[in-house]
Design a protein around this ligand. Structure first.
Ligand SMILES: Nc1ncnc2c1ncn2[C@@H]1O[C@H](COP(=O)(O)OP(=O)(O)OP(=O)(O)O)[C@@H](O)[C@H]1O
Ligand SMILES: O=P(O)(O)OC[C@H]1O[C@H](OP(=O)(O)OP(=O)(O)O)[C@H](O)[C@@H]1O
Ligand SMILES: [Mg+2]
Length: 295
């Protein structure tokens, strides 16, 4: 690995890895993986990829072993609360995938009527610092018991009374006879960076990558929408279009009373959006995906 190449830490395999690879791919990067599968090289830009366990990513970035990384906010905040680094990594931006919640969950048979029910109880978790911070905020005296995995089985094994674990659909909790009772921390994937200034060569690559990531994120829900409408309907349609800047309005050939309206909508366009546009007088409505966007 060269000192001049930007080093990115991403999860080797797990809930973050598909989203991380997809994001880099959408930024136009092709990653060729080394034979050991722990290292990848980007062909289009001077970027190296390190494939790690997600828990190691904040420390690798803080220690300058990598310049930037993609990790869950939950893991990042836990590391910050543990204060293991004098100069920890910094959050750069949210990436909009791997959305989940760190939740307090209790056996289904409990009638949960507030955090005070946890007084004196044992709570199994892989996130003891976030759990303790929440207990402190709630003014509850309970013990966070560290477990690295299979946290949901702890109450059944009588290792703990309740758990504080990652929830997405809630299926894992349900399968283990537990129910979510309170959200401790809402999380999604984030981009983090080392605190030190990058070399001029790395800075160019980093800034170019950030622009591309921003472009990918803004174009994700964006659509290009085209329709015809009576000229008199333009103000109402313009006001209604979701997340659109001023649209382009073009007169239709041979019909000065009718126009074509073209606009970029930055928010989702649903079927009921189209139905509403029709009611406002629009016809021949086309909604097209946007592949790339840069301000
Ligand atoms: N069910 C889920 N839905 C969405 N995001 C999730 C889900 N579970 C976890 N995540 C997010 O993805 C991150 C990685 O989760 P994963 O289960 O792959 O971790 P892990 O088993 O600790 O992986 P590793 O082997 O890299 O240590 C979590 O820290 C969280 O931010
Ligand atoms: O609410 P749900 O949709 O059920 O998702 C929550 C589960 O997902 C994650 O585990 P994962 O399935 O990634 O396996 P792991 O325990 O091996 O990390 C997390 O640790 C929870 O156990
Ligand atoms: Mg992990």
């Amino acid at each position: 690995m060269s000192e001049q190449r930007l080093r990115i830490a991403i999860q080797k395999s797990g809930r973050l890895s598909d989203g991380s690879f997809e994001l880099l791919k959408s930024c136009g990067l092709t990653i060729s993986r080394g034979r050991d599968k722990l290292y990848g090289r980007v062909q289009e830009m001077p970027i190296d990829i390190l494939l790690l366990r997600d828990d190691d990513i904040p420390a690798f970035v803080a220690d300058d072993a990598c310049d930037i990384g993609i990790v869950g906010q939950n893991v990042f905040e836990e590391e910050l609360l543990n204060e293991t680094h004098e100069a920890p990594a910094q959050e750069v931006m949210r990436l909009g995938f791997a959305r989940c919640r760190l939740m307090l969950a209790a056996p289904k048979e409990w009638t949960f009527d507030g955090a005070s029910m946890l007084e004196g109880k044992r709570i199994a978790t892989s996130y003891p610092a976030l759990t303790r911070a929440w207990l402190e905020r709630e003014g509850v005296n309970a013990k966070a018991v560290m477990m690295k995995g299979s946290v949901e089985v702890a109450p059944r094994l009588k290792i703990a009374d309740a758990v504080c674990d990652i929830v997405s659909t809630g299926a894992t909790l349900d399968a283990n006879g537990l129910k979510p009772v309170s959200t401790v921390f809402a999380s999604e994937a984030i981009l983090i960076r080392n605190q030190n200034a990058f070399s001029p060569e790395k800075l160019v690559v980093f800034e170019s990558l950030l622009k591309r990531i921003n472009g990918v994120l803004t174009s994700k829900d964006a659509k290009y929408i085209m329709m015809n409408a009576p000229r008199s309907a333009v103000p109402a349609i313009t006001e209604f279009l979701p997340g659109a800047d001023a649209p382009t309005v073009l007169e239709l050939a041979g019909n000065p009373e009718k126009v074509a309206i073209h606009a970029v909508c930055r928010e989702s366009v649903f079927w009921d959006t189209l139905e509403r546009l029709k009611k406002l007088g629009a016809s021949a409505i086309l909604v097209l995906p946007i592949e790339k966007m840069m301000a």
